[in-house]
Design a protein around this ligand. Structure first.
Ligand code: FAQ
Length: 311
């Protein structure tokens, strides 16, 4: 009987149609999605920290209002994604427990520090830019609730990306000191942004299966290349350079060549040895503990309303 059930699943995938929460699906498909969506959700809420670090020090009221809205959007993205994971039977409190215990990952990129105000611009331009390149194909992912969450998230991310670009443009054309600050931020965020796309294809254990299931639509290296090709002309319009002496247009390939990525650094960050891993996870655990009263109050409120007769 199981075979028949999964045949329908295989046919839906082959036809390029969506799998929905009540459809039968192989347990490995469910587990892969829970892992990826949870890691993605964790990245959104941990990703609030590096930029939130600058809210109190934003240089103007306008910049402060924009930054608060952006960080709030990231919390919202986390909510959509935890909601999508719940449609697969995952429990949100268990996913958070796994994050807090260091048993579930979040993106490597958020383990780097935000040293100056220009880092807010570099995150918007490069980190949100990389996130968009990775996430636009996920809008066509085979699992309906994840694909639909991505559609909305991508729209908001493109505002974030433009916000970062505009911030860097202002700094790049400001005083000499501001220009240098923008260049320094780009120098520090460039390589970690390339690592966001994951290990090279030959060392990516999940890609083949996820491509067959149409969760992923492109490999890690394909999306990394797409990102480099998009960003190079943007850097030129910003009047900033990218810190890679090997970066150049390859006429034959029709793409930019770029220098080797330090995969040892990437693996060290994934092992918890990045510059800010301990700080980020510590802050997340503290926020969770200090927010316990909010969760309790919300549960008590919901229980009281559920007990009240309708009308
Ligand atoms: N960091 O076999 P693969 C954002 C893990 S954007 C940490 O290639 P897969 C927006 C991988 O999960 C950032 N871990 O795996 C924002 C796997 O883990 P496992 C979040 C990484 O899944 C902007 C193992 O290594 N975006 O937050 C990383 O096929 C600004 C083997 O790798 C997403 O999560 C990494 N960089 O491909 C927020 C997008 N790379 O199995 C705030 C959705 C790989 O050992 C401010 N996810 N790993 O547990 C994906 O598209 C995929 O999961 C990939 C990895 C492409 C990340």
């Amino acid at each position: 009987m199981h075979e028949g059930v999964y045949r329908e699943f295989e046919e839906t995938i082959a036809a390029g149609e969506r799998i929905e929460p009540r459809d039968a699906m192989p347990p490995e498909y469910r587990a892969t999605l829970i892992r990826q969506i949870a890691q993605h959700a964790h990245s959104e809420i941990i990703g609030m920290q590096p930029e939130a670090n600058w809210i109190t020090r934003a240089p103007s009221l306008r910049r402060k209002a924009i930054l608060i809205a952006k960080v709030q959007d990231e919390a919202g993205h986390g909510l959509y994604l935890y909601g999508a994971a719940e449609t697969l039977g995952a429990r949100r409190d268990e996913l958070l427990d796994r994050l807090h215990a260091g048993r579930q990952k979040y993106s490597s990129i958020f383990n780097y520090p935000t040293l100056t105000w220009a880092d807010v611009g570099a995150i918007g331009w490069l980190v949100d830019g990389a996130a968009i390149v990775n996430q636009v194909p996920l809008c066509r992912c085979s699992y309906g609730p994840y694909a639909r969450a991505m559609t909305r998230i991508c729209k908001e991310e493109s505002f974030h990306q433009r916000q970062g670009y505009e911030l860097l443009l202002a700094l790049s054309h400001g005083t000499e000191e501001q220009h240098e600050m923008a260049q320094d931020a780009v120098n520090r965020w460039w390589w970690p942004s390339l690592m966001m796309f994951g290990p090279p294809d030959g060392e990516s254990p999940r890609t083949e299966r996820s491509m067959a299931w149409k969760i992923k639509r492109h490999t890690n290296d394909e999306l990394r290349q797409r990102f480099v090709d998009i960003v190079v002309p943007q850097a030129a319009s910003l009047g900033l350079t990218l810190p890679d002496p090997l970066l150049r247009w390859n006429e034959e390939r029709g793409h930019h060549d770029f220098g080797p990525i330090d995969w040892a650094e990437f693996h060290a960050v994934l092992r918890g040895e990045g510059p800010c891993n301990a700080q980020r996870l510590g802050q997340r655990r503290r926020a969770h503990e200090e927010g316990a009263w909010v969760r309790e109050a919300a549960a008590a409120y919901a229980a009281r309303h559920a007990a009240r007769p309708a009308g």
